[in-house]
Design a protein around this ligand. Structure first.
Ligand SMILES: [Zn+2]
Length: 213
């Protein structure tokens, strides 16, 4: 369908809708026209899909027909049940994502904690038994300790960057920062200075565990 045909279809739908709602309220075209202070020819025109109510008439018309402007523009009644169901679905998925990300975050912190404890234990062992250990054994243990530390550090950093989102303070966009921008971003508690991919501005972006709809 072309743009022009679509527009005509929309107008027909809207006209039909206005006629239906007017009849539901038991108004004649004349009665509704008098209330709105316009001619009944204008109402007849709208209902035939031939013209659209002026902006200044939208609110009075909607009030009189007891519909929302949104419904008038959609050319149909928006079911409250559908609307509510959709809102609830969004809520459930929001809570679910938040819970899942909370667990992931905790796991990554536990891995980090275990890594630090292991690192410190190995270093402590090397220091305590430094007289009885040969140099190669010491080097291997220190090497392992550093490796464990590095792995723990990367897991925590990767988790901090990819679990959940950062919310831009300027435009409100939620995003996952790139590795580079995350690494150089100054941080304090749960916020970090990042460049937003949406508005390209740098701000203190707050960590959020789930995207709000
Ligand atoms: Zn932004």
């Amino acid at each position: 369908m072309g743009e022009r045909e679509e527009k005509i279809m929309d107008q027909l739908k809207l006209g039909k809708f206005i006629a239906e709602e007017r009849k539901r309220k038991k108004y004649t075209q004349r009665q509704l026209a008098d209330i709105l202070g316009i001619s009944d020819k204008t109402i007849s025109k709208w209902e035939r899909g031939n013209g659209f109510p002026e902006i200044s008439l939208l609110l009075p018309l909607c009030n009189e027909l007891e519909i929302s402007v949104n419904e008038l523009l959609s050319g149909e009644r928006l079911s409250e049940a559908d609307y509510k169901e959709k809102a609830e679905e969004n809520m459930v998925s929001f809570i679910k994502e938040k819970e899942e990300n909370k667990i992931k975050m905790q796991l990554s912190l536990i891995v980090g904690g275990i890594a630090i404890v292991s690192f410190l234990t190995l270093i402590l062992v090397v220091c305590m038994y430094t007289d009885v250990m040969s140099v190669p054994v010491k080097s291997v243990l220190v090497g392992i300790a550093c490796l464990i530390f590095m792995v723990g550090f990367s897991v925590v950093k990767h988790g901090g960057r990819t679990i959940g989102y950062y919310k831009c303070k300027k435009c409100g966009e939620t995003f996952v920062p790139s590795f580079g921008s995350y690494l150089i971003g100054i941080n304090a508690s749960s916020a970090r200075v990042l460049k937003c991919p949406c508005c390209n501005k740098r701000s203190w972006c707050k960590k959020v565990l789930a995207k709000e709809e």
